[in-house]
Unconditional design. Sequence first.
Length: 309
Amino acid sequence: MNINMSWTERQGQVGDLTKHSKQDLQELLLRQEKILSNTRLIQTLPDKGEKIKEFAVKIQQALKHHEEAEIKQKLVSEARMGFQSKYQQAFTMQQRPAQNTFSAGDPTQVCFFSSSGKSAETTDKTHAPETELVEAMERVTLSNGSSGDSNQHQRRSIENYFMNTPAKPHYLNVIEKSENIQSSRKSKFKTNHFTPFLGSSSPSQSSRTSSPLSAQARRERDRKHLDDITAAKLPPLHNSPAQLLSLEESAILLKQQTKKQQELQAKLAAQKLSEGLKISMGSYTPDGGPMAAYREVHDEGAQLSSEED
């Protein structure tokens, strides 16, 4: 009995049969047929396999539903292909007289307007009903193109920068823009310059008004001007500037310098040697110090008596 209950539970977990694919339904039907063919198992069941038979009938109905849906899809696709071929034929028939008018020299432009042009190209992907195809075929008409569309196209091409050939190279435009920007910029404030409206005493402005001067006079004037407006100048020289010497004078100076250098080196060597030997040049006093303990001390009275004798 436990085995039979497990079989019924598995059959009840299938769910909605319409959601399963055709292959799954065929496999389920084969399973039911195998169970029904086992007469011994069916005889042991309490309902004698009635639920299994009902389930098999439901599977067969679901398979029929799938087959009918496939047939309908085939019919719809065939009808759609037929309407598409008719639509293309009608479109080509309408396009031929328009080409003939162009060859005859008709100045008017013929434009084809189709509200369902995109839908006709994507009919294989989208499943549109037959009525939409019929309405699309009825809407296909021929009309004279207005000059407004061509003017708009020309305006767009003129407005587009990449469609036009530039009159000047790009780098010239960039240079002109940079020059305009530099001229429009304000001059930075400098502490060591006077403002132009107050009147500056700079040498550049004075040279424009005054008479032309020599180069040396202009340099002296600029130097005075710098001394007046700023303190950025060289400090005075502490030593005399460099002088040119003859070979004899330079040799004498070299000997003097070497002699002074040798004397200094000798002094330094003697100082280091004295520090290493710890020699002191002070006065010697034998009465004081540690040597005084080893000296003999005589009484003055004894010395006098010895002298009298």
